[in-house]
Ligand binder design. Structure first.
Ligand SMILES: *Cc1c(COP(=O)(O)O)cnc(C)c1O
Length: 356
């Protein structure tokens, strides 16, 4: 007798909701923190030539040594620190969770924050404890330190800046957590390009700290490339759960070529930051919308009726993220990615109409 899914599939998997990606065809896509700017024509031409010569009949370089050297130089990764690449930083979170999922292990995170920390913990059978952010989405260090003492988590995740709130946490509060934690502390710097602040330069100070980065938010989301940086004694272990060829031939080649133009990517990030300021000011001036300050490439804002505004925007061809219902602190909140000046204008125009 063939068994049914409920007899075979693990309970935590069946209980989980699948990660829903909405259909965005024909829409102004402001829901997923992508960089709205494409690579320039000449760079795309160079990439085309490189791809034409790629040896896709061969497995990729399992250690991605050329790409890693390029990443080390571009991001100023300290030479004595290890580096692991993932198929996006999502895959790195999965590696970390797989490697730390001992029986009874706890993962600690903040709420509201990036949902994948909690989802992947559940898939790996690790109990996730979420500590609520304080008012204004600040990091409540006292509450975090108490949770560290109570649960002794194997791993702690801190998104810096945080998603979906957009703020950078206070450095003093993070330092207290780093000093109090006995397990790993992962600083997720997915939005580093828009924030400028980093813990990469502090790796020598904290033996159990790891720093995670991604190329997704700064122009290469389609490639899927994430980075984990930290002491070699930790990364040697995490690397064992990485599948041998997790970063493909084309991703390695294209990322390496695109990073030769990282100054151009930095300019795009600077343009997005300028637009972030303008968009924030416009939202702040709009009756019925209250934006929260952001150090990332998106803005969280509160409305009087998120569901209605979300639908109104969608009917006008604008896709944002509706966070109402995701967490009590996000009641009536929407999140908009900063787009091109034209996209932001279209968004503001549609928002005013949807609020009316
Ligand atoms: C988008 C995001 C990621 C995931 O990025 P990928 O590299 O595309 O998997 C990780 N952390 C945070 C906080 C994010 O917002």
């Amino acid at each position: 007798m063939p068994k049914k899914p409920e007899e075979i599939i693990r309970e935590e998997v069946r209980a989980a909701a699948s990660y829903h990606v909405p259909d965005a065809s024909g829409m102004v896509k402001l829901d997923a923190m992508e960089n709205p700017y494409r690579l320039p024509e000449d760079v795309r031409g160079q990439i085309g030539a490189i791809v034409a010569h790629a040896e896709v009949n061969r497995y990729p370089d399992a250690g991605a040594s050329r790409l890693k050297a390029r990443l080390r130089a571009t991001f100023g990764i300290p030479g004595d620190m290890g580096l692991i690449l993932g198929n996006g930083s999502d895959e790195i979170i999965q590696m970390l969770m797989l490697a730390t999922a001992r029986p009874g292990a706890v993962a600690l995170g903040l709420e509201p924050s990036f949902v994948m920390f909690k989802l992947i913990a559940a898939y790996c059978g690790t109990r996730f404890v979420g500590v609520s952010l304080g008012p204004d989405f600040s990091l409540d260090a006292d509450r975090m330190v108490a949770a560290l003492e109570e649960h002794e988590p194997a791993i702690v995740f801190i998104a810096y800046p945080n998603n979906p709130t957009g703020n950078l946490f206070d450095g003093g509060a993070i330092d207290r957590i780093l000093r109090a934690a006995s397990g790993l502390v992962v600083i997720d710097e997915a939005y580093h390009a828009f924030a400028g602040r980093t813990y990469l330069t502090r790796l020598a100070d904290y033996p159990n700290m790891l720093v995670m980065r991604t190329l997704s938010k700064s122009g290469l989301a389609g490639l899927r490339l994430g980075l984990l940086i930290g002491r070699r004694e930790w990364l040697e272990q995490v690397d064992k759960v990485r599948l041998p060829y997790n970063v493909g031939v084309l991703t390695q080649l294209v990322a390496e070529q695109a990073l030769q133009h990282h100054l151009m990517l930095d300019e795009q990030a600077a343009a997005i930051k300028t637009e972030r300021t303008r968009l924030y000011d416009e939202l702040a001036r709009t009756p019925g919308a209250t934006p929260f300050p952001s150090d990332a490439n998106f803005i969280l804002f509160k409305t009087k009726a998120a569901e209605r505004v979300f639908t109104g925007l969608k009917q006008r061809g604008i896709l944002v993220k509706n966070l109402h219902g995701a967490h009590p602190a996000l009641e009536q909140c929407l999140r908009v990615t900063v787009g091109t000046p034209e996209e932001n204008d279209r968004f503001m125009h549609a928002l005013r109409a949807a609020l009316a």
